[in-house]
Design a protein around this ligand. Structure first.
Ligand code: NAD
Length: 351
């Protein structure tokens, strides 16, 4: 297959493997950005893309972000990402065939890449993948794995929001804070509930109207998706897909804090400077949403998985963020620059 590559500037990866599955006929991609700190761990995203370039770009961008995420979280892991490109063919291939094809791609990399669940895949899917490769995490608790990472991601985002509020409002308490959660999936819905339990008033939205009943029953106020970004709240928590904050949307933001679970929230790195110039505190996404991977990393420890150890590690994420904010202040840069600098230092030391 001839690949139309993205700009060479985005290609600083160790390996990129694109294979057409023999069972499903679908293309699967695994991008290994770095194994300097350890095997490249990252989720498997199953998604409909407009074309192959978009899927490849996603794998390249997301795998790179995983390198920085693990490095900042202090994990002995590198960065990778898997993508399964759904193409809407009729009849659709069986889910099992698609997952086993992806497993073949993972296996072909001989352990350089370890997969996990991501948007479009679940812990159950990881069990299917485990039939064809051992390089898989996030298996169910019954099978000795760490299970669904989403509750730990939500826990980490909750800690990140607390650290941001402490810096901006002088207290980490969420009592009486208004927080808009955009995207009520595995992470967002749980986060919304956690925030309400902590005393926050939550405005919630999702493009899927079926999410409305659950959100309002839990006590959230529903708002239209188009109004979420500009809502007059203390914290905007993007928990859907990436790219929502760009040159056009930064001026619309009213929240002095942006902290959420979504990967690649900024359209590009320069947007971090625009947020800073507007006095908006942004928790770098790859720091705020590291709870899931911190949990998975516990699964890979020699002592085996222990949820209490995982919760304690995820709780430290707030302190990591406090350190990043302090470093950004000292250097006069954005939290993104400070977080990248911390990751680069750790990668350089390991290299
Ligand atoms: P999910 O697929 O369960 O949920 C995503 C939700 O966002 C869905 O309900 C979807 O309908 C909604 N959505 C999509 N586009 C939207 C839009 N424009 N506006 C509002 N809602 C929209 O995914 P998830 O597991 O909850 O993950 C959410 C985000 O967090 C993703 O970007 C993911 O990569 C990131 N993330 C997740 C984890 C994890 O542990 N699950 C870990 C790290 C990062």
């Amino acid at each position: 297959m001839r690949l139309i590559a993205p700009s060479p500037a985005t290609l600083d990866h160790e390996e990129v493997l694109v294979r057409r599955g023999t069972r499903s006929g679908l293309f699967t991609v695994v991008a290994v950005h770095s194994t300097v700190l350890g095997p490249a761990l990252g989720g498997c995203r199953m998604w409909h893309y407009d074309d192959a370039r978009a899927a490849l770009r996603d794998a390249l961008r997301l795998s790179r972000a995983m390198t920085f995420k693990s490095a900042v979280a202090g994990l002995p892991l590198g960065g990778g990402k898997g993508v399964i490109m759904l193409d809407g063919r009729e009849p659709p291939p069986s889910r099992e065939a698609v997952l086993l094809d992806f497993a073949d791609t993972v296996e072909a990399l001989g352990g350089h890449y370890i997969t996990a669940e991501d948007v479009g895949t679940s812990a159950k899917d990881m069990q299917v993948i485990a039939q064809a490769t051992g390089h898989v995490t996030g298996l169910s608790r019954r099978r000795g794995g760490s299970g669904d990472p989403s509750p730990f991601t939500a826990l980490g985002v909750r800690a990140a929001i607390g650290a941001c509020c402490e810096r901006v409002f002088g207290t980490a308490s969420l009592k009486g804070r208004t927080i808009c959660v955009s995207g009520l999936g595995h992470v967002g819905m749980r986060l919304a509930r956690d925030l309400m339990r902590a005393g926050a008033r939550v405005l919630a939205t999702d493009i899927d109207p079926a999410k409305r009943a659950g959100a309002t029953a839990a006590g959230a106020r529903w708002i239209a998706t188009g109004k979420a970004l500009g809502a007059a709240v203390d914290v905007f928590a993007p928990c859907a897909l990436g790219g929502v904050i760009d040159q056009e949307t930064v001026p619309l933001l009213q929240a002095p804090v942006v902290a959420g679970a979504a990967n690649n929230q900024l359209a590009d790195d320069a947007v971090a400077g625009l947020l800073r110039a507007r006095g908006i505190l942004w928790a770098p996404d790859f720091v705020a949403n590291a709870g899931g991977i911190i949990n998975i990393a516990v699964e890979l420890e020699p002592a085996g998985y222990d949820p209490a150890r995982a919760r304690a590690r995820v709780g430290e994420l707030g302190d990591t963020l406090r350190g990043i904010f302090a470093a950004a202040d000292t250097a006069g840069t954005s939290p993104l620059d400070a977080a990248m600098e911390l990751a680069r230092r750790r990668l350089a030391a390991a290299a």
